[in-house]
Write a new protein. Structure first.
Length: 145
């Protein structure tokens, strides 16, 4: 029986490595969109051939975040620090939607992280086999005093 299980696992591995599109199909996430009142399907970032990219790359994104970030007064006065993890979808046209706080720090800081992402310019879309696809990303937004 173990030999049969090993063969099944091996054949699944071979199929997944031979056909990345099949693997990507199994790596879609679906969730209820609070902004559109529909179920949104997107690929997780590891399932695409080319990752979505902020215009100018990661360094440009960090400069954008640092330039846009406004530390909330109450959090600043209370000396609250942390990293907000925000999830969002980069659509095939590069637009961003369905921004959510995956792991927050404090309410005012969480709102500021969402505001920063909402104000981002359009990204370069992620692709599978050269075709742009919606991709779900999680981005940390740091808040340090």
């Amino acid at each position: 029986m173990t030999l049969l299980n090993n063969r099944i696992l091996l054949s699944c591995f071979i199929m997944a490595s031979a056909c990345p599109a099949m693997l990507a199909q199994r790596c879609k996430v679906s969730y209820y969109s609070s902004s559109q009142s529909v179920v949104v399907e997107a690929y997780i970032s590891d399932a695409v051939d080319v990752q979505p990219e902020f215009p100018g790359g990661d360094n440009a994104m960090m400069r954008f975040i640092n330039r846009e970030r406004r530390y909330p007064r109450q959090a600043y006065d209370s000396r609250i620090e942390g990293r907000v993890l925000c999830g969002f979808i980069v659509h095939p046209n590069g637009s961003i939607s369905d921004i959510e706080v995956v792991r927050g720090v404090e309410e005012s800081i969480d709102r500021e992280a969402v505001r920063i992402i909402r104000s981002m310019p359009s990204w370069k879309a992620g692709t599978i086999s050269g075709a742009p696809v919606p991709v779900y990303l999680i981005l940390p937004i740091p808040f340090r005093l």
